[in-house]
Design a protein around this ligand. Sequence first.
Ligand code: XMP
Length: 525
Amino acid sequence: KVLVLDFGAQYGQLIARRVRDLNVYSEIVPCDISADEIREMNASALILSGGPASVYAEDAPSIDPAIFDLGLPVLGFCYGHQITAVTLGGKVGHSEVGEYGRATITRTAGAKLFNSTPIEQTVWMSHRDAVSEVPEGFTVTASTDVCPVAAMECVERKIFTTQFHPEVKHSEYGQQLLSNFLFEICGLEPNWSMDNLVETMTAEFREKVGDDRVILALSGGVDSSVVAALGARAVGKQMTCVFINHGLLRKGEPEQVEEVFTKQFDVDFIHVHAEDRYAELLAGVTEPEEKRRIIGTQFWKEFFAVAQQLETDGKPVKYLAQGTIYPDIIESGARKTGGKTATIKSHHNLIPFPEGVHFDLIEPLDHFFKDEVRALGLALGLPGHIVFRQPFPGPGLAIRIIGAVDKEKLEILKNADAIVREELDAYNQRLFEQTGERNSEHSCWQYFAVLPDIKSVGVMGDERTYQRPIILRAVESSDAMTADWAKLPYDVLARISGRIVAEVPGANRVCYDITSKPPATIEWE
Ligand code: XMP
């Protein structure tokens, strides 16, 4: 496998993705990993990502120099290029002019990494610092007008680095460079696929669990359902699926989850009714991160209570498996990426254990993106209606009700949300029938209703109303890292608005959120 050392890169997650797209397995590890740890992971090549820091900044991430002596081929981009230069005895300087966006490089004739690409090519740059002197044994292989060392290599040590970002689509021959590195330089075979991923992941799950017992945190969403299918395949009845009903689920959802996991799957399934406990804990709480903390902490307590109950038969529950995916980790402040990215919001599965609660975690999906998880789900034989469900956050409707959560608001939101889903499911289905694609250009990736903490005046049947507005949120995306608001046809918007105001008691207005991510996030809290 190829390890990507993450220096807090904006495009970091893309690198591993591009490698997997070439049918070579790749995963991301923190940049402060040691040479010994890499040796243990049995890697066949390393890629050093970009990152926001300047190599000379006080808290700039560094790299274990012994990594360069492992004898593994190394590819470095941007920060990875500069840190290689500095660590191996070269120099990096601060240039007067930065280079941001499209640039044209001229490469040297014999440059190995650039094989089968033109002498002049367009690349994507984003830097101010630049390598001013290459380390001993290195040669310069590309340059631009303002960047004399746009790429360098030391063929003998198999180290190749570029100042630009081959992983972004704007670098014209980026994927060719990556392919040159993987296949010509490292000699790897493009033999990784979803099917053998299923085999490897099943074996890993089985090996990790051994003879122990596991509970699975099941929400019924795509990610935890994929882990359920994987766990069932790997360890069968050593795993119990536990579904905590916190009362913050969408209309009809608890019944659906129970139906699927008791009738369609041969797994042990427990439905925990925790609605009242959650209602009490959340009463009067308005701050978003506080809501997330309360809900996540109580989840651990609920799972722990179930584990204790199961253990009365004398067999301990050692593991808790859950469907954490890579973007959850990134946005929660990067638990496993070296802590170099900022906390945007604390994703549910990443809330710390409360005192007295402990599980060893199994998170088989923690380096995958949503679309990859879906492909894995299909390879595991999960039905389309689960695999293509839209994402739903662990804290549920609590983070779609702005301000304190109560029964009345929950009822309004559930009813409005059911209409939004019904109408946009139908809209997506029409697009699917036209294009044959599930996530085609204009289809909505995620869509729901939000209930703000305000009221407005309306008029209905000659009467004054003073009720709540519903905010419609619908986005196009592929991995939730970025999203664009969906350009829905007016007739679809009109239908949703008309139905909500007519059918949902307590709602008298509908607004559409026309903000992308960034600068907004998909959810409101
Ligand atoms: P944001 O709002 O950060 O959301 O743009 C990105 C994606 O993540 C989902 N989301 C969560 N999923 N636990 C989850 O499992 C959470 O705590 C959580 N918060 C947000 C959100 O629905 C969107 O798809």
